[in-house]
Write a protein that binds this ligand. Structure first.
Ligand SMILES: Cc1cc2nc3c(=O)[nH]c(=O)nc-3n(C[C@H](O)[C@H](O)[C@H](O)COP(=O)(O)OP(=O)(O)OC[C@H]3O[C@@H](n4cnc5c(N)ncnc54)[C@H](O)[C@@H]3O)c2cc1C
Length: 291
Protein backbone atom coordinates (compact mmCIF):
# COMPACT_ATOMS: atom_id res chain seq x y z
CA UNK A 1 0.00 0.00 0.00
CA UNK A 2 1.42 3.36 -1.02
CA UNK A 3 0.93 6.63 0.78
CA UNK A 4 -1.26 9.18 -1.02
CA UNK A 5 0.70 12.19 -2.26
CA UNK A 6 1.22 15.15 0.06
CA UNK A 7 3.57 18.08 0.55
CA UNK A 8 5.96 17.69 3.47
CA UNK A 9 6.90 20.69 5.66
CA UNK A 10 9.57 20.82 8.34
CA UNK A 11 9.12 24.02 10.41
CA UNK A 12 12.11 25.35 12.36
CA UNK A 13 10.13 26.17 15.49
CA UNK A 14 6.69 26.08 17.11
CA UNK A 15 5.75 29.59 15.93
CA UNK A 16 6.45 28.59 12.32
CA UNK A 17 4.47 25.35 12.73
CA UNK A 18 1.48 27.30 14.10
CA UNK A 19 1.67 29.83 11.26
CA UNK A 20 1.74 26.99 8.68
CA UNK A 21 -1.20 25.23 10.32
CA UNK A 22 -3.18 28.45 10.32
CA UNK A 23 -2.17 29.27 6.74
CA UNK A 24 -3.24 25.91 5.28
CA UNK A 25 -6.72 26.31 6.82
CA UNK A 26 -7.76 22.69 7.39
CA UNK A 27 -5.71 21.18 4.51
CA UNK A 28 -2.84 20.23 6.82
CA UNK A 29 -2.19 17.56 9.43
CA UNK A 30 0.46 17.60 12.13
CA UNK A 31 2.89 14.70 11.98
CA UNK A 32 4.74 13.48 15.09
CA UNK A 33 5.91 9.84 15.08
CA UNK A 34 3.50 8.90 12.29
CA UNK A 35 2.56 5.56 13.90
CA UNK A 36 -1.13 6.44 13.71
CA UNK A 37 -1.29 9.07 10.98
CA UNK A 38 0.88 7.37 8.35
CA UNK A 39 -0.86 4.04 8.97
CA UNK A 40 -4.25 5.72 8.49
CA UNK A 41 -3.01 7.40 5.31
CA UNK A 42 -1.77 4.08 3.94
CA UNK A 43 -5.19 2.58 4.60
CA UNK A 44 -6.89 5.48 2.84
CA UNK A 45 -8.63 6.72 5.99
CA UNK A 46 -6.94 10.12 5.84
CA UNK A 47 -5.44 12.05 2.92
CA UNK A 48 -4.13 15.45 4.06
CA UNK A 49 -2.61 17.55 1.27
CA UNK A 50 0.01 19.02 3.64
CA UNK A 51 1.97 17.37 6.46
CA UNK A 52 3.68 19.56 9.06
CA UNK A 53 6.39 17.58 10.85
CA UNK A 54 6.66 18.40 14.57
CA UNK A 55 9.34 15.83 15.27
CA UNK A 56 12.30 18.24 15.08
CA UNK A 57 10.81 20.88 17.38
CA UNK A 58 12.94 21.28 20.52
CA UNK A 59 10.02 23.12 22.22
CA UNK A 60 8.04 19.84 22.28
CA UNK A 61 10.85 17.62 23.55
CA UNK A 62 11.57 19.20 26.93
CA UNK A 63 10.59 17.77 30.28
CA UNK A 64 11.12 19.32 33.71
CA UNK A 65 9.47 20.75 36.75
CA UNK A 66 8.07 24.18 37.48
CA UNK A 67 7.15 24.65 41.14
CA UNK A 68 4.92 21.71 42.12
CA UNK A 69 4.18 20.85 38.49
CA UNK A 70 5.86 18.39 36.20
CA UNK A 71 5.79 19.34 32.52
CA UNK A 72 6.30 16.78 29.77
CA UNK A 73 6.79 17.88 26.16
CA UNK A 74 4.25 16.43 23.74
CA UNK A 75 7.06 15.31 21.44
CA UNK A 76 8.62 12.97 24.01
CA UNK A 77 8.78 9.42 22.70
CA UNK A 78 7.15 6.50 24.49
CA UNK A 79 10.59 4.84 24.75
CA UNK A 80 12.01 7.81 26.69
CA UNK A 81 9.00 7.93 29.02
CA UNK A 82 9.20 4.16 29.57
CA UNK A 83 12.83 4.74 30.57
CA UNK A 84 11.54 6.94 33.40
CA UNK A 85 12.90 10.35 32.24
CA UNK A 86 15.62 10.24 34.89
CA UNK A 87 13.16 9.35 37.65
CA UNK A 88 10.73 12.16 36.77
CA UNK A 89 8.05 10.04 35.08
CA UNK A 90 5.34 8.81 37.46
CA UNK A 91 5.36 5.01 37.75
CA UNK A 92 1.98 4.40 36.04
CA UNK A 93 2.92 6.57 33.05
CA UNK A 94 6.31 4.88 32.61
CA UNK A 95 4.56 1.49 32.79
CA UNK A 96 1.94 2.56 30.22
CA UNK A 97 4.57 3.91 27.83
CA UNK A 98 6.55 0.68 28.23
CA UNK A 99 3.49 -1.39 27.36
CA UNK A 100 2.79 0.51 24.12
CA UNK A 101 3.38 -1.49 20.95
CA UNK A 102 6.87 -2.84 20.22
CA UNK A 103 10.33 -1.28 20.72
CA UNK A 104 10.17 0.05 17.14
CA UNK A 105 6.78 1.67 17.73
CA UNK A 106 7.88 3.11 21.10
CA UNK A 107 10.89 4.75 19.44
CA UNK A 108 8.55 6.67 17.09
CA UNK A 109 5.30 7.10 19.05
CA UNK A 110 4.95 10.42 20.88
CA UNK A 111 3.06 11.41 23.99
CA UNK A 112 1.08 14.07 22.10
CA UNK A 113 0.17 11.67 19.29
CA UNK A 114 -1.15 9.12 21.79
CA UNK A 115 -3.34 11.78 23.46
CA UNK A 116 -4.67 13.29 20.22
CA UNK A 117 -5.43 9.88 18.72
CA UNK A 118 -7.63 9.41 21.83
CA UNK A 119 -8.27 5.71 21.60
CA UNK A 120 -10.45 4.56 24.54
CA UNK A 121 -7.63 2.30 25.80
CA UNK A 122 -4.50 4.16 24.68
CA UNK A 123 -1.56 3.15 26.89
CA UNK A 124 -0.46 6.64 27.93
CA UNK A 125 -3.95 8.21 28.11
CA UNK A 126 -5.29 5.97 30.88
CA UNK A 127 -2.35 6.52 33.30
CA UNK A 128 -2.40 10.27 32.64
CA UNK A 129 -6.08 10.40 33.53
CA UNK A 130 -5.42 8.62 36.85
CA UNK A 131 -2.53 11.03 37.50
CA UNK A 132 -4.84 14.04 37.13
CA UNK A 133 -3.03 15.48 34.09
CA UNK A 134 -4.03 18.40 31.92
CA UNK A 135 -2.79 19.44 28.49
CA UNK A 136 -1.51 22.76 27.13
CA UNK A 137 -2.97 23.63 23.72
CA UNK A 138 -1.31 26.45 21.80
CA UNK A 139 -2.62 28.42 18.81
CA UNK A 140 -1.62 31.77 17.29
CA UNK A 141 -4.14 33.28 19.76
CA UNK A 142 -2.26 31.94 22.82
CA UNK A 143 -2.37 28.98 25.20
CA UNK A 144 -5.23 27.27 27.00
CA UNK A 145 -5.04 24.36 29.42
CA UNK A 146 -7.63 21.59 29.47
CA UNK A 147 -8.09 18.83 32.07
CA UNK A 148 -8.02 15.38 30.49
CA UNK A 149 -11.64 14.48 31.37
CA UNK A 150 -12.70 17.48 29.24
CA UNK A 151 -10.10 16.79 26.52
CA UNK A 152 -11.35 13.32 25.53
CA UNK A 153 -14.68 13.66 23.73
CA UNK A 154 -15.03 10.28 21.99
CA UNK A 155 -13.00 7.66 20.10
CA UNK A 156 -10.50 9.70 18.06
CA UNK A 157 -12.22 12.91 19.12
CA UNK A 158 -10.72 15.56 21.40
CA UNK A 159 -11.19 19.20 22.40
CA UNK A 160 -8.14 20.18 20.26
CA UNK A 161 -9.07 22.91 17.75
CA UNK A 162 -7.75 22.61 14.15
CA UNK A 163 -5.43 25.61 14.70
CA UNK A 164 -3.89 24.21 17.90
CA UNK A 165 -0.79 22.18 18.77
CA UNK A 166 -0.68 20.13 21.96
CA UNK A 167 2.63 21.29 23.40
CA UNK A 168 2.87 19.94 26.97
CA UNK A 169 1.29 17.64 29.50
CA UNK A 170 1.12 19.04 33.04
CA UNK A 171 0.99 16.91 36.18
CA UNK A 172 1.49 17.38 39.89
CA UNK A 173 5.03 16.32 40.84
CA UNK A 174 4.93 12.96 42.68
CA UNK A 175 5.24 13.51 46.46
CA UNK A 176 6.18 11.14 49.28
CA UNK A 177 3.17 9.08 50.38
CA UNK A 178 1.84 8.90 46.80
CA UNK A 179 2.03 6.07 44.31
CA UNK A 180 0.58 4.86 41.04
CA UNK A 181 0.34 1.69 39.00
CA UNK A 182 -0.80 0.50 35.57
CA UNK A 183 -2.07 -2.80 34.18
CA UNK A 184 -3.07 -3.89 30.69
CA UNK A 185 -4.74 -6.99 29.38
CA UNK A 186 -4.40 -7.97 25.72
CA UNK A 187 -5.69 -11.07 24.03
CA UNK A 188 -2.25 -12.48 23.38
CA UNK A 189 1.33 -11.30 23.07
CA UNK A 190 0.74 -9.14 20.06
CA UNK A 191 0.98 -5.52 19.06
CA UNK A 192 -2.45 -4.39 19.83
CA UNK A 193 -4.49 -1.94 21.77
CA UNK A 194 -5.48 -3.39 25.16
CA UNK A 195 -8.69 -5.32 25.71
CA UNK A 196 -8.90 -3.58 29.06
CA UNK A 197 -6.44 -1.32 30.87
CA UNK A 198 -6.52 0.33 34.27
CA UNK A 199 -4.37 2.88 36.09
CA UNK A 200 -4.56 3.85 39.75
CA UNK A 201 -3.12 6.70 41.78
CA UNK A 202 -3.40 7.18 45.53
CA UNK A 203 -2.14 9.51 48.24
CA UNK A 204 -1.83 8.39 51.87
CA UNK A 205 -2.36 10.47 55.00
CA UNK A 206 0.68 11.04 57.23
CA UNK A 207 -0.24 7.87 59.22
CA UNK A 208 0.78 5.83 56.15
CA UNK A 209 -2.47 3.83 56.33
CA UNK A 210 -5.45 6.02 55.52
CA UNK A 211 -6.12 6.93 51.89
CA UNK A 212 -6.38 10.70 51.54
CA UNK A 213 -7.36 10.68 47.88
CA UNK A 214 -7.36 8.21 44.99
CA UNK A 215 -8.20 8.00 41.30
CA UNK A 216 -8.84 4.92 39.18
CA UNK A 217 -8.90 5.31 35.38
CA UNK A 218 -10.34 2.71 33.02
CA UNK A 219 -9.62 2.05 29.35
CA UNK A 220 -11.85 0.23 26.83
CA UNK A 221 -14.63 0.61 29.37
CA UNK A 222 -16.38 3.53 27.59
CA UNK A 223 -16.00 5.55 24.33
CA UNK A 224 -13.21 7.53 26.05
CA UNK A 225 -10.72 6.70 28.80
CA UNK A 226 -12.77 7.33 31.95
CA UNK A 227 -12.36 7.91 35.68
CA UNK A 228 -14.33 5.69 38.05
CA UNK A 229 -16.19 7.95 40.50
CA UNK A 230 -17.30 4.89 42.51
CA UNK A 231 -13.73 3.70 43.05
CA UNK A 232 -12.57 7.16 44.15
CA UNK A 233 -15.46 7.31 46.66
CA UNK A 234 -14.79 3.80 48.00
CA UNK A 235 -11.11 4.63 48.58
CA UNK A 236 -11.20 8.15 50.08
CA UNK A 237 -10.83 7.88 53.87
CA UNK A 238 -10.54 4.07 53.83
CA UNK A 239 -7.68 2.09 55.31
CA UNK A 240 -5.41 1.06 52.42
CA UNK A 241 -5.43 -2.68 51.89
CA UNK A 242 -7.35 -5.65 50.54
CA UNK A 243 -10.84 -4.69 51.81
CA UNK A 244 -10.70 -1.16 50.42
CA UNK A 245 -9.19 -2.36 47.14
CA UNK A 246 -11.91 -5.03 46.75
CA UNK A 247 -14.61 -2.38 47.31
CA UNK A 248 -12.91 -0.10 44.76
CA UNK A 249 -12.63 -2.95 42.26
CA UNK A 250 -16.35 -3.71 42.62
CA UNK A 251 -17.19 -0.02 42.16
CA UNK A 252 -14.90 0.33 39.12
CA UNK A 253 -16.51 -2.69 37.44
CA UNK A 254 -19.94 -1.18 38.13
CA UNK A 255 -18.89 2.18 36.62
CA UNK A 256 -17.37 0.56 33.50
CA UNK A 257 -19.57 0.58 30.40
CA UNK A 258 -17.74 -1.89 28.13
CA UNK A 259 -19.24 -3.32 24.96
CA UNK A 260 -19.29 -6.84 23.53
CA UNK A 261 -17.09 -7.25 20.47
CA UNK A 262 -15.13 -9.94 18.64
CA UNK A 263 -12.25 -9.57 21.13
CA UNK A 264 -14.19 -10.08 24.36
CA UNK A 265 -17.60 -9.83 26.01
CA UNK A 266 -18.67 -6.90 28.16
CA UNK A 267 -19.01 -9.27 31.12
CA UNK A 268 -15.43 -10.53 30.73
CA UNK A 269 -14.14 -6.97 30.41
CA UNK A 270 -15.96 -5.96 33.60
CA UNK A 271 -14.37 -8.86 35.49
CA UNK A 272 -10.95 -7.85 34.17
CA UNK A 273 -11.53 -4.21 35.19
CA UNK A 274 -12.05 -5.45 38.76
CA UNK A 275 -8.97 -7.69 38.71
CA UNK A 276 -6.71 -5.00 37.22
CA UNK A 277 -8.05 -2.35 39.62
CA UNK A 278 -6.98 -4.44 42.62
CA UNK A 279 -3.57 -5.10 41.07
CA UNK A 280 -2.90 -1.45 40.19
CA UNK A 281 -3.96 -0.24 43.63
CA UNK A 282 -1.54 -2.76 45.16
CA UNK A 283 1.28 -1.35 43.01
CA UNK A 284 0.31 2.21 43.93
CA UNK A 285 0.27 1.40 47.65
CA UNK A 286 3.65 -0.31 47.50
CA UNK A 287 5.12 2.77 45.86
CA UNK A 288 3.39 5.14 48.29
CA UNK A 289 4.96 3.20 51.18
CA UNK A 290 8.36 3.27 49.50
CA UNK A 291 8.51 -0.47 48.88
C1 LIG B 1 2.09 -1.62 15.24
C2 LIG B 1 1.45 -0.60 16.14
C3 LIG B 1 1.18 -0.95 17.46
C4 LIG B 1 0.60 -0.01 18.31
N1 LIG B 1 0.35 -0.38 19.60
C5 LIG B 1 -0.19 0.52 20.46
C6 LIG B 1 -0.41 0.16 21.82
O1 LIG B 1 -0.13 -0.96 22.25
N2 LIG B 1 -0.95 1.11 22.64
C7 LIG B 1 -1.27 2.37 22.21
O2 LIG B 1 -1.73 3.18 22.99
N3 LIG B 1 -1.07 2.74 20.92
C8 LIG B 1 -0.54 1.85 20.04
N4 LIG B 1 -0.34 2.21 18.73
C9 LIG B 1 -0.80 3.53 18.26
C10 LIG B 1 0.29 4.63 18.23
O3 LIG B 1 1.59 4.11 18.23
C11 LIG B 1 0.15 5.63 19.40
O4 LIG B 1 -1.15 6.17 19.46
C12 LIG B 1 1.19 6.77 19.30
O5 LIG B 1 1.39 7.31 20.58
C13 LIG B 1 0.82 7.88 18.33
O6 LIG B 1 1.86 8.85 18.38
P1 LIG B 1 2.58 9.38 17.05
O7 LIG B 1 3.64 10.31 17.51
O8 LIG B 1 3.03 8.25 16.19
O9 LIG B 1 1.38 10.16 16.38
P2 LIG B 1 1.09 10.52 14.81
O10 LIG B 1 0.71 9.28 14.10
O11 LIG B 1 2.23 11.31 14.26
O12 LIG B 1 -0.15 11.46 15.02
C14 LIG B 1 -1.37 10.96 15.49
C15 LIG B 1 -2.41 12.10 15.50
O13 LIG B 1 -2.08 13.05 16.49
C16 LIG B 1 -1.88 14.34 15.90
N5 LIG B 1 -0.79 14.94 16.65
C17 LIG B 1 0.41 14.36 16.94
N6 LIG B 1 1.12 15.16 17.74
C18 LIG B 1 0.37 16.28 17.96
C19 LIG B 1 0.57 17.47 18.72
N7 LIG B 1 1.68 17.69 19.44
N8 LIG B 1 -0.40 18.40 18.73
C20 LIG B 1 -1.55 18.20 18.02
N9 LIG B 1 -1.79 17.09 17.29
C21 LIG B 1 -0.84 16.13 17.26
C22 LIG B 1 -1.59 14.08 14.44
O14 LIG B 1 -1.97 15.17 13.63
C23 LIG B 1 -2.47 12.87 14.18
O15 LIG B 1 -3.80 13.26 13.97
C24 LIG B 1 0.25 1.30 17.85
C25 LIG B 1 0.55 1.63 16.51
C26 LIG B 1 1.14 0.72 15.68
C27 LIG B 1 1.45 1.10 14.25
Amino acid sequence: MLLPSFTYHRPGGLAEALAMLDGFGGQAKLLAGGTDLLVNMKHGKQAPAQLIDLDGLAELKASGSRGDALELGAGLKAAAIAGGLGGAAPQALAQGAGALGSPQVRNRASLGGNLVTARPAADMCVPLLALGARVALVSPAGERQVDLPEFFLGPGLTALHPSEVLTRVLLAKPRPGEGSGYGKLGLRKALEIPLVNVAAWLALEADGKTIKEARVALGAAAPTPMLSPGAAKALAGATAGDDAFAAAAFAAAADARPIDDHRGSAEYRRDMVAALTKRCLGQALAQARGN
